[in-house]
Design a protein around this ligand. Structure first.
Ligand SMILES: Cc1ncc(COP(=O)(O)O)c(C=O)c1O
Length: 402
């Protein structure tokens, strides 16, 4: 392969580009496990993650990825044989449901349309039919990374309440955290699952779980075998127990810096930056798509994710090859189509430590790859994105972080 100069751009919907500040914060010597310098930083992360999720509940940090955090949530609040409901959103709801089956849970699915958010009425109807209240928990993917669709959590809460259903509401905000508002306590969410490597601007390696009162009480009765994931020992005072052993020290230093960056910018501004970058991406795809070969997967604009855009490719386009060329020739890493969309879509991540010029680079590489592969597209997508952002800057008052 020819030598390439300059930086490779990472526009997958996780992992995302890690800011230099976070990398530098991690570049330090490891410490004695009981060094107060580390303990203070670590405990401040447990406290400050509560602000990210807007909860007074307990935070659990795992040396894991999102799958680990999924398993932590399931093993702590359910017992083998418990029935749960998983509304289908796409690849990740299916994968979480499969994990639940492997853990001997009885899984009911609510079939879904991969181009739309969860059907709230259908969810309410399903829960109303559970007159014996056998469903112990409802697993929701906040942003389904495969489809680029964000679900309406307050509406989901209302549907559960209207059905007068006691099931635990368990939300995967792995791909949504740090891109869109999230209010765990206000929205009646019992367990939140997150991971470090997307909107939270850290490298992969920390799984994050938050548990509210109802979940902390449920965990006392559950019989699922668990040790590493167990909340009980992690709530003990000794710091060593909080990670069930040696803490991923350097990752924790990175987490501290990422949290500092989020709070410095202000969470509201972080969400607004993501909203604007997402809308600019949609504007670009809508222009390219006028030639009939590309389209936004999320058909309803208000359901589109702030952090990831899934673009469907028409028959005859090799979406896998498209992604390879974009990465290897144009230096921009994109996400591929997942599950049912394998080979039929690619995904642009616009989450985390990203600003307008970084987005322009990614969109330009996509437009360039379309031309390089002789795929029919209407030119002007990048210009549409630039114009969208320029108009936002002109018409709103700053300060702008994008
Ligand atoms: C919504 C969602 N949940 C869970 C996961 C699984 O996370 P991980 O790959 O870190 O195990 C992902 C990964 O992309 C995701 O997007």
């Amino acid at each position: 392969m020819a030598t390439k100069r300059g930086r490779k751009f990472l526009n997958t919907p996780g992992p995302t580009h890690v800011p230099d500040r976070v990398m530098n914060a991690m570049h330090q010597p490891t410490l004695d496990l009981s060094d107060p310098e580390f303990l203070d930083v670590s405990m401040s992360c447990f406290l400050d993650m509560k602000k990210v999720f807007n909860t007074e509940g307990e935070i659990f940090l795992y040396s894991s990825n999102g799958h680990g955090a999924w398993e932590a949530a399931l093993t702590n609040v359910f017992s083998p044989g418990d029935k749960i409901l998983v509304p289908e959103t796409g690849n990740f709801s299916n994968a979480w449901a499969n994990m639940a089956k492997a853990l001997m849970l009885e899984v009911e699915t609510l079939p879904g349309n991969w181009r739309r958010a969860i059907d709230i009425e259908a969810l309410e109807e399903h829960l109303k039919k559970d007159t014996k209240k056998e469903i112990k928990g409802i697993l929701i993917i906040h942003t389904e990374t495969a489809t680029g669709i964000t679900n309406d959590l307050p509406a989901i809460r209302s549907a559960i309440d209207s059905a007068d259903h006691p099931g635990l509401l368990i939300v995967d905000t792995v791909a949504a955290a740090g891109t869109v508002d999230y209010r765990m306590d206000e929205w009646g969410i019992d367990v939140t699952v997150g991971a470090s490597q997307k909107g939270l601007m850290m490298p992969p390696g920390i799984g994050i779980v938050a548990a509210g009162e109802k979940a902390l009480s449920a965990t006392k009765e559950t019989t699922m075998p668990r040790l590493y994931w167990d909340w009980k020992t992690r709530l003990e005072a000794e710091h060593y127990r909080k990670f069930c052993g040696t803490a991923p020290q350097l990752m924790v230093f990175g987490m501290r810096e990422a949290l500092n960056m989020l709070f410095e910018e202000g969470l509201e501004n972080v969400f607004e930056r993501h909203r604007v970058l997402a809308a600019a991406t949609h504007a670009a795809v809508e222009v390219w798509g006028q030639a009939g070969t590309l389209s936004l997967n999320a058909v309803e604009p208000k359901e589109r994710s702030n952090g990831v855009t899934t673009i469907l490719t028409s028959d005859g386009i090799d979406a896998g090859q498209f992604r390879d060329i974009c990465r290897d020739e144009m230096m921009v890493g994109l996400g591929g189509g997942l599950g049912d969309l394998n080979g039929k879509a690619f995904r642009i991540g616009h989450m985390g430590d990203i600003n307008a010029p970084m987005l322009y680079a990614a969109l330009s590489a996509v437009e360039s790859t379309l031309g390089y592969l002789n795929i029919k597209y209407a030119s002007g997508g990048v210009t549409a994105a630039i114009e969208y952002i320029t108009n936002v800057k002109k018409n709103e008052t700053g300060p702008f972080s994008f």
